[in-house]
Design a protein around this ligand. Structure first.
Ligand code: ZN
Length: 135
C-alpha cells in the first residue's frame, strides 16, 4: 500500500510577502533578531533601530547543502517551503500557467524541487527550524 499522497497548493505568495518580519543575525551581538519596518529589533542585546539604507542584515535561516544554499525569510516562509518539498502532488493556481511565475515556491531552484534531494532538503529545513527554537 502506498501512503496517501500529500497535496500541496501554492498559495501564490511572493518572496516579498514574507519580508514584513524577517529573522536575521543581529549586527551587534550576532544572535537571532527580527528585521522589519522598524529595523532590527534584538531581544538579546536590546538593539532596536534601522540599518544603513539599502543594506540587509544577514538572514538567520540559511544553510548550505551539497547542492547550494537554502534560505528563508522567516518560519512561515520556511514552513511553506517544507510543505512544498514534502508534498507528492503539487497543485498550482490556474493563473500560474499564465505567466505569473514569481511565487516563492515557483522560484525555488530545481535542486530543491528534485525528488531525489527531498530527504536532504527536509533535513536542512529541520536544521534551520531547530536553530530558531534553540536560539
Ligand atoms: Zn543583538
Amino acid at each position: 500500500m502506498s501512503p496517501t499522497p500529500t497535496r500541496f497548493r501554492d498559495p501564490g505568495r511572493s518572496d516579498y510577502s514574507f519580508r514584513d518580519s524577517v529573522l536575521v543575525r543581529c549586527p551587534r551581538c550576532d544572535r537571532i533578531a527580527h528585521f522589519g519596518r522598524a529595523g532590527v529589533v534584538c531581544r538579546s542585546c536590546g538593539r532596536s533601530g534601522p540599518v544603513a539604507a539599502g543594506t540587509w542584515p544577514a538572514l538567520w535561516l540559511r544553510t548550505a547543502t551539497r547542492h547550494g544554499e537554502l534560505w528563508a525569510y522567516n518560519l512561515e516562509h520556511l514552513d511553506l517551503i517544507r510543505r512544498f518539498v514534502e508534498a507528492r502532488l503539487r497543485e498550482r493556481d490556474p493563473w500560474y500557467e499564465h505567466g505569473r511565475k514569481m511565487t516563492c515556491v515557483a522560484r525555488l531552484p530545481a535542486w530543491v524541487k528534485s525528488a531525489k534531494n527531498r530527504a536532504e532538503v527536509l533535513r536542512a529545513i529541520d536544521r534551520m527550524r531547530a536553530s530558531v527554537v534553540e536560539g
